[in-house]
Design a protein around this ligand. Structure first.
Ligand SMILES: Cc1cc2nc3c(=O)[nH]c(=O)nc-3n(C[C@H](O)[C@H](O)[C@H](O)COP(=O)(O)OP(=O)(O)OC[C@H]3O[C@@H](n4cnc5c(N)ncnc54)[C@H](O)[C@@H]3O)c2cc1C
Length: 331
């Protein structure tokens, strides 16, 4: 069986791996000349199902829990299981209680424990929530590793062309994310702006979320001295450069977490368009013979493993039932 996957973002690459593992011949095409250059390029890479439950459906928690093991197995050495720390400035302490009331899988931590977890922010926050089971990865490294693995397992990539190779295939899977806005019923874009900061003066071991009544933000450590700060959530599919307001809010969050970020270098700014349906849950749907995996919203890394498994089951079960009908017809 041969399957063509359109789109080499996190949805496409995870689906490709699940299909290759089931013995399917996979081709992947993308308009970009490198894999993972859509919304996936700008992601924080937080694998945080318990924290995300604060504003997401229970399905995000249940499906998201398998993501940590999936990524650890698929991209060995890239998942960091150091948990998530959630803090708020003293004036926004009510935000912490609200966050706690909407989530599970955490414990309250005091100033001393915050200092033990993240020595560089010692003394800056009196209380916080620690989600010990959560993890994170660097999306750019993880998708590059997935790509290399797929190539070594025989998947064929067509990158940077007009997108569609002229091979005959049994099934087409569309994972083109926000490119389907306006075509796939109900899909919308949610703009997310982020930036990368570099400083040798701060070290963090895990994502730190800073709660705020208007705009909750987070900082995710990458390689030594590099930090991703994210992310805005704006209801538009306008993909232009980061705005001054968003940049100020992201920088304010970094500065509130540690004043040394005031001296950091701004290495990169970026905007990704998250594909989302009305319920903000991903969906597998079929239209005109194509299977669509879309709508990962702010959970592409968290939920793609579950979506990929589900899609691979659908595709391979269909093939088995087609093969059974062919055998019955021959008999
Ligand atoms: C700032 C930000 C932070 C985020 N943080 C997190 C996080 O911490 N954790 C998490 O789980 N999720 C996070 N997300 C969400 C996550 O990034 C998205 O859910 C995910 O990237 C969507 O993946 P996708 O593969 O559906 O789309 P994309 O990554 O956009 O991939 C779609 C691909 O399709 C290609 N394409 C488009 N048209 C065609 C065509 N006609 N033919 C072939 N290819 C085509 C594009 O070039 C692209 O490579 C974040 C998102 C943003 C923007």
């Amino acid at each position: 069986m041969r399957v063509l996957i359109k789109g080499a973002g996190v949805a496409g690459l995870t689906a490709a791996l699940e299909l290759v593992r089931r013995g399917v011949d996979v081709e992947v095409c993308d308009l970009a000349d490198q894999p993972g250059r859509g919304a996936s390029w700008f992601a924080g890479g937080m694998l945080a199902p318990w924290c995300e439950r604060e504003s997401a459906d229970e399905a995000v928690l249940t499906s998201g829990q398998q993501a940590l093991n999936w990524w650890e197995e698929a991209t060995p050495g890239l998942v960091k299981r150091n948990g998530t720390l959630v803090v708020a400035p003293a004036r926004d302490k009510a935000e912490l209680s609200r966050f706690a009331s909407r989530t599970s899988g955490y414990r309250w931590v005091d100033e001393e424990e915050i200092a033990a977890l993240e020595p560089d922010i010692a003394g800056r926050f009196r209380t916080g929530l620690f989600f010990e089971e959560e993890g994170h990865l660097d999306p750019r490294l993880a998708l590059a590793a997935l790509y290399e693995r797929l190539v070594s397992m025989g998947a064929v990539f067509h990158l940077g062309g007009d997108g569609v190779p002229q091979t005959s295939v049994d099934c087409v899977v569309d994972c083109t994310g926000s490119a389907q806005t306006g075509t796939l019923a109900g899909l919308r874009g949610v703009r997310g702006e982020m930036l990368y900061l570099r400083t040798g003066d701060v070290t963090l071991s895990r994502p730190v979320r800073l709660l705020h009544p208007r705009i909750p933000l987070y900082i995710v450590p990458r390689e030594a001295g590099l930090f991703m700060v994210g992310a805005t959530m704006i209801e538009t599919d306008e993909a232009g450069p980061i705005t001054v307001r968003s940049m100020m809010e992201l920088l304010n969050a970094a500065y509130a977490l540690h004043p040394a970020f005031g001296e950091a270098q701004i290495i990169e700014t970026g905007t990704g368009i998250r594909p989302a349906f009305a319920d903000n849950l991903p969906r597998i749907s079929e239209k005109d013979g194509t299977l669509f995996i879309n709508g990962a919203y702010r959970h592409g890394f968290l939920l793609s493993p579950a979506m990929a498994r589900q899609a691979a089951d659908i595709i391979t079960c269909k093939e088995v039932s087609h093969e059974n009908s062919r055998q019955r017809a021959r008999a």
